[in-house]
Design a protein around this ligand. Structure first.
Ligand SMILES: NC(=O)c1ccc[n+]([C@@H]2O[C@H](COP(=O)([O-])OP(=O)(O)OC[C@H]3O[C@@H](n4cnc5c(N)ncnc54)[C@H](O)[C@@H]3O)[C@@H](O)[C@H]2O)c1
Length: 245
């Protein structure tokens, strides 16, 4: 599904984490089509984007790699937009939740987001301009089921977004989040394939369909664009009406 919205990102460089699949891939693709240079950070190096795309392989679950990768990118690029998209959901009933898995989810979904926001945000503050878009979730608002670590991490992303937005708004750096609803990506292949769960989910979405990665990318383009110049600290649901139901 194409995105019927455009914005001029010519001359801007965006870093998108987890840009090789799903929502991150769609965001990178849409930014490229709107004139941006995109530096994609992902675990395995792939070059499946057209345009001015620079792939950088990095395991963002490793704090040392997070710092060295950010330093490497900042040496070569002036980064105007950061999209903290890479994320992980490990599911277990809470009574059996291995704390190691809990830590892996917090590491990628929270600690890496915090550190990349600092590392890429500081030069933005120095120039007095920049945009950060974080990927929150419906589970920033609700608890979900067997996804306690993920819900806790996405709750943190939403609150973190508002806190940093408050501190940086007057300094010219806009920080916002997108909270996708049910989006048909790799993360949800099991839910889409489960006939009963799929029907239950569709019954709860007023728009009557799963979202696409492109639906989320449209919001990420809007938030990165100057059309969103007075938008700070928002957590924008892109959910086909799910949250309001
Ligand atoms: N799909 C949905 O319904 C949905 C809903 C709400 C929020 N989200 C959020 O949107 C974001 C993108 O999810 P998606 O649906 O495209 O799923 P996805 O699984 O396709 O994408 C996750 C991305 O994160 C990357 N990643 C995971 N661990 C990594 C690591 N250690 N180092 C580097 N990269 C790593 C993966 O390679 C992948 O590209 C995530 O933050 C997710 O929590 C998705």
């Amino acid at each position: 599904m194409d995105v019927p919205f455009s914005a001029d990102l010519t001359g801007r460089t965006a870093v998108v984490t987890g840009a090789s699949t799903g929502i991150g891939h769609a965001i990178a693709d849409l930014y490229l089509r709107n004139g941006a240079t995109v530096v994609g950070l992902h675990r395995r190096e792939v070059t499946e984007h057209a345009g001015k795309y620079i792939p950088v392989a990095a395991d963002l679950g490793d704090p040392a790699r997070v710092r060295s990768t950010a330093a490497e990118v900042l040496r070569d690029h002036r980064v105007d937009i950061l999209v903290n998209n890479a994320g992980l959901n490990l599911r277990h009933p809470f009574e059996d939740f291995p704390v190691e898995d809990w830590d892996r989810v917090q590491q990628l979904n929270v600690r890496t987001v915090v550190e990349l926001t600092q590392l890429f945000g500081r030069p933005m503050l120095g120039r007095g301009g920049g945009v950060i878009v974080n990927l929150a979730s419906m589970l920033s608002f609700t608890g979900g089921f067997t996804a306690s670590a993920y819900a806790a991490s996405k709750g943190a992303v939403a609150q973190f977004t508002k806190s940093v937005a408050n501190e940086w708004a007057a300094k010219g750096v806009r920080v916002n989040a997108i909270a996708p609803g049910f989006i048909d990506t790799e993360m949800n292949t099991a839910l889409v394939a489960d006939e009963t769960r799929n029907r239950q989910i569709l019954e709860r979405i007023p728009a009557g369909r799963w979202g696409t990665a492109q639906d989320v990318a449209g919001a990420a383009l809007f938030l990165a664009s100057d059309a969103a110049r007075f938008i700070h600290g928002t957590v924008l649901p892109v959910d086909g009406g799910y949250l309001g139901r």
